[in-house]
Design a protein around this ligand. Structure first.
Ligand code: 5AD
Ligand code: FES
Length: 346
């Protein structure tokens, strides 16, 4: 097993069979071996810096019906909201003064924000804070739409592929959503000139080590600037309410593997990781992650952006989260920095 990790470290790639064997055969001892190497790679490129992204969850309306997600359109109990341009700009203002230099605009697939409206918001942010990067996370759109948003000033785009395998994808999504369409969007985003982030949930229902192996191989091929992964966590008003959460242990292991496979990738220790374990984000950083994404959304809407149950920070002001994360990172010998934090993986 250690030889497979050494091989990954040297060649940055494994076969599907090797990935599967490594993921299935992992042990606490092997994980320690992996994390030591992942940390040293991370320190080589990013030192002990931790980049922060201010997450603005600007709409929880969504036309999709992903079976795992708390804001799926069939969840009639979700209390829906949209932030106005002024509210979004006010989040940026607060965020800038707290040292954020990247704003992530994340939302459901909401037809209420067409290209014109989003472009207007993007250019207003770019005018107000020209030294900041804008990351969009608004789902599947056409190439022309991606291009228009890019031309308006968006720098980066997050779109998790969720799972590479078409059959597994079909078990997590309604029939109209296809794995291949999702992947096409990612290639289009690259073509449109974005720094691209993809990713997947760890421990989603029906997931096997073989699926994770294929996820790693797809990510290798896409060669993204960012990879967001976090444990699946059930939401009580979804069809997956009774499914078990993904584990801390497997999520950390996958983070370490990602760091070795794409050494310069930006890798967040996600809120979902912080939700399944009180020190999840710290452990994520120690497994090779180098980004955290505290919430900048107004506290009045925080609890309504509930993709899964028990999400942390839903009652905390932006400044509290910023300070909390700074303390948490310092406690393990890392430092939150005020920087755009562009990927070194060009
Ligand atoms: N548990 C964990 N992650 C989830 N996401 C959506 N629902 C859940 C859930 N129940 C993730 C998806 C999506 C991202 C925004 O949040 O991977 O891409
Ligand atoms: Fe939000 Fe700790 S990061 S309270």
């Amino acid at each position: 097993m250690k030889e497979l990790i050494d091989k990954l470290q040297e060649s940055k790639a494994l076969s599907k069979h090797e990935w599967t064997v490594l993921i299935e055969g992992r042990s606490p001892e092997l994980a320690e071996y992996l994390f030591r190497q992942a940390r040293s790679v991370r320190h080589r490129y990013y030192g002990r810096d931790v980049y922060v992204r201010g997450l603005i969850e600007f709409t929880n309306y969504c036309k999709n019906d992903c079976l795992y997600c708390g804001i799926r359109k069939s969840n009639l109990k979700a209390s829906r909201y949209r932030l106005s341009k002024e509210e979004i700009l006010s989040c940026c203002k607060t965020g800038y003064s707290l040292g954020f230099r990247t704003f992530v605009l994340q939302g459901g697939e909401d037809a209420g924000y067409d290209d014109a409206r989003l472009c207007d918001i993007i250019s207003a942010i770019k005018t107000g804070w020209p030294d900041c990067a804008i990351t969009l996370s608004v789902g599947e759109r056409s190439y022309d739409s991606y291009k228009a948003l890019r031309d308006a000033g968006a720098d980066r785009y997050l779109l998790r592929h969720e799972t590479y395998d078409a059959e597994h994808y079909a078990k997590l999504h309604p029939p109209l959503l296809k794995a291949a369409d999702r992947q096409d969007c990612l290639w289009n985003l690259k073509k449109a000139g974005y720094q691209v982030g993809t990713g997947f949930m760890v421990g989603s229902p029906y997931q096997t080590a073989g699926h994770l192996a294929e996820d790693m191989m797809f990510i290798k091929e896409l060669d993204p600037q960012m990879v967001g992964i976090g444990p699946f966590i059930p939401h009580h008003d979804t069809p997956f309410a009774g499914q078990p959460s993904g584990t801390l242990e497997l999520t950390l292991f996958m983070l370490g593997l990602l760091r070795l496979m794409i050494p310069k990738v930006l890798l967040p220790a996600t809120t979902a990781l912080g939700t399944i374990h009180p020190q999840g984000r710290e452990l994520g950083i120690q497994a090779g992650a180098n980004v955290v994404m505290p919430n900048l959304s107004p506290t009045s809407v925080r609890k309504d952006y509930a993709l899964y149950d028990n999400k942390i920070c839903t009652g905390d002001e932006a400044a509290e989260c910023r300070n909390c994360l700074e303390r948490r990172m310092e406690s393990i010998g890392y430092h939150v920095v005020t920087a755009r934090g562009d990927s070194l993986n060009k």
